[in-house]
Design a protein around this ligand. Structure first.
Ligand code: PXG
Length: 285
């Protein structure tokens, strides 16, 4: 279904929603974005996503030309304009239109784009079966170069790893950091469960600090389930009782096989199911 797209304060029909070929978002991947969900008319983890995009923009010296409150209003306006209650919202802030050449300071004004639509990351039956995934030969971006905490418009590294997964007949790939520790998947954070303890790599492993990840850690802690942010090696993955991925698009999905090693009994485990139930409840609040 055709949607109405917000660009710099105006809604355009999808076919008319266009940006300049001189936008540095297109020319250099110079910008930041968010993938956000709306459930039953409410923008889920709205403040968290808004805070993250403002922080990321600040890191790359983009001054978003609206307040956070105005941004929240624009997200709701995009839902309303499209008559959507449940949606996937793509928020993009680009450096804006400039000239050829890297110099970002020649760009006049950052552009804000909001697309409200839908997304399906994995086929529904995989939520029942669990995913089979691989570790990628493509390492995660070194945080000393471009910190992966910035959800930038540069996703090529993750796309290389995603292609590796797809070429191997899998949907996802795990990226390791330069120390060989587990970082994250191409569009999701990763968790394991070992002896009743939920574990996920710390932000310092060089990951996107996922909003779903943070919400899940809080849900676990509030429910008295032990949860730790600790470095994980590939050994920990293979030896895990359970594994699951979290992300705005994926929500929470079990992983049952990694690099050909079957985890637990090869089915989504009890902790994964419990946390998925708790997460679904949270989306209904
Ligand atoms: N790691 C990476 C590299 C991501 O891109 C996550 C973790 C999970 O973060 P959140 O905040 O969503 O829990 C992401 C999120 C898409 C798409 O269009 C990608 C993401 C989210 C939504 C849609 O492929 N990535």
């Amino acid at each position: 279904m055709a949607c109405k797209v917000y660009i710099d304060g105006t809604f355009y029909d999808e076919s008319e929603a266009k940006v300049s070929v001189f936008d540095h978002g297109l020319l250099y991947g110079d910008g930041v974005f968010e993938g956000i969900r709306a459930y039953n008319g409410k923008v889920f983890l709205c403040q968290e996503h808004i805070d993250r995009i403002y922080e990321g923009a600040n890191y790359i010296c983009i001054n978003i030309p609206m307040t956070k409150k105005e941004m929240e209003k624009a997200l709701y306006a995009a839902l309303k304009e499209n008559g959507l209650k449940d949606a996937y919202i793509r928020l993009i802030v680009t450096r804006g239109t400039g000239c050829l050449g890297l110099n970002p300071f020649k760009c006049v004004k950052p552009s804000i784009i909001i697309i409200a639509s839908s997304i399906e990351l994995y086929p529904p039956e995989l939520y029942e079966q669990g995913l089979s995934i691989i570790t990628s030969a493509v390492p995660a971006v070194n945080p000393e170069a471009l910190n992966p905490r910035v959800k930038s418009l540069n996703y090529l590294n993750n796309i290389l790893a995603k292609m590796e997964a797809l070429n191997a007949g899998m949907f996802e790939a795990i990226m390791l950091n330069s120390q060989g520790n587990v970082a994250e998947c191409t569009g999701d954070n990763i968790f394991i469960v070992k002896n009743g303890v939920v574990k996920t790599p710390p932000v310092t492993a060089g990951i996107l600090e996922g909003c779903t990840r943070n919400a899940l850690l809080k849900l676990a802690k509030d429910a008295g389930i032990p949860a730790q942010e600790v470095n994980l090696q590939r050994y920990d993955l293979y030896a895990a009782d359970e594994c699951f991925l979290t992300g705005t698009a994926a929500e929470l999905i079990a992983v049952t096989k990694i690099d050909g090693r079957i985890l637990g009994d090869g089915k989504p485990g009890p902790m994964t199911r419990k946390l998925l139930g708790m997460f679904r409840d949270l989306t209904k609040k």
